[in-house]
Write a protein that binds this ligand. Sequence first.
Ligand code: ATP
Ligand code: MG
Length: 463
Amino acid sequence: MIDARRAEVVGRIGAALGPEAQLHLVGGALRDLLLGRSGGDWDLATALDPREVMARAKAAHLRSLPTGLQHGTVTILVEGEPYEVTSFRGDGPYLDGRRPIEVRLGVSLEEDLARRDFTINALALPVEALAERAWRTALVDPFGGQADLALGLIRAVGDPQVRFAEDGLRPLRACRFAAQLGFRVEDATEAAIPRRLEVARRVAVERVFVELGKLLVARAPSEGLELLARTGLLDLWLPELRPLVDCPQGLPHRWDVWRHTLALMAHLRPEPALRWAALFHDAGKPRKRTVDDGGRIRFLGHEAVSLEIAQTVLVRLKAPKALQGQVQALVRHHGTHPEPSWSDGACRRFLARLADDGLALADWSAFRRADQLARGGDPGPVEDEHTAILTRLEGLAAQRPPLAAAHLALDGRALMALAGRSGGPWLGALQRHLLDQVLEDPRRNEPAWLEGEARVWLAGAPE
Ligand code: ATP
Ligand code: MG
């Protein structure tokens, strides 16, 4: 279904720019329209040059901004929503594997479509056709994009080896679209990727991070990740993950570490922190793998190595600090399995550790459940065991026990007065001691009990 409101807005922009503008809806918006997906940006292309676009928009009382004049792009704002209008352009030569050294304006629509990456992204539709029932008949499709959409194929426009030599990001975009659309990369297009790795290596990490993020939160991240592994792109940006491929694990695991990692993705909501954490959660396993005399495979202490790898990669990719923190917390706590034999105090200490790392119980739980399911065993018992653990932890959390020093009924100032000392490392140590006591039994969190305990601790503490 065409979004009627947007179609109306785009029609208004078309009317404002006039027939010589040959305004077309282009690229991803049409691909998504034909697939019945919605939500993405609507990009427009025109035969006018950008200054003319701005002048005509102004004459029609439409606001416009010169957001990328050097590439021919003007942004027109309608009802607060931005529409990018880019002049038909051809790309000049690419010298660095990143960007063309110049763009040529004043070319035909066909030439504009020819510079686009994949056939499914090289479609155009005159905006007037959006109002027609039979709009499909007006599609401009010089490279067979509709046929490839029907076949579920990602195919480069032109010779893939040439196109991937121009811009090293395109191979990664192919993997990303495979993950988002569940499409296959056409054979010659895929075969060109391993031959152009040196170009891909030069792409700016910021662009790589954005594409990998889109791939991970896609519908089928495992398709994209498999492609990365198969084509060698994985070794450019995530070499730390290569040893996961074919790293065997014993029961209760059914798959090697890599397959388990891919399976985990499918059990998680498409949220960046959860999916990035999934990617790294067991990355430390190959380095920590041991096999004992009985043939049992273990990975003792792998979480710490996974944590190190996650941090190294995310810093290298210039991931935002907030994401780094969330991923760290998920990876750090993914291997904790509270058992029925744990005391309430032990459970509360665990809740306190999660709180300390800013990790919500619900997120820890979603991750643990997915991790257990992705072992590939019978899901029934896994669900039962997990639900039992979660119910207990939720029950304890619902009592809102103090979980941090800030929740103690005696604050730092009161403790300093009691000790007759000014603040210092002793204070933190005392607060941790008191919190431990309170985690053991939350009823202890009242001033008189804490004061008594503090006096005993202070009497035994070094000056
Ligand atoms: P998304 O849903 O992520 O927005 P998209 O296909 O719209 O996907 P954009 O990055 O918004 O991707 O690009 C818009 C259009 O520009 C694409 O559909 C494609 O036609 C073209 N394009 C984008 N990046 C490249 C590239 N690296 N090389 C060639 N053409 C590109
Ligand atoms: Mg887009």
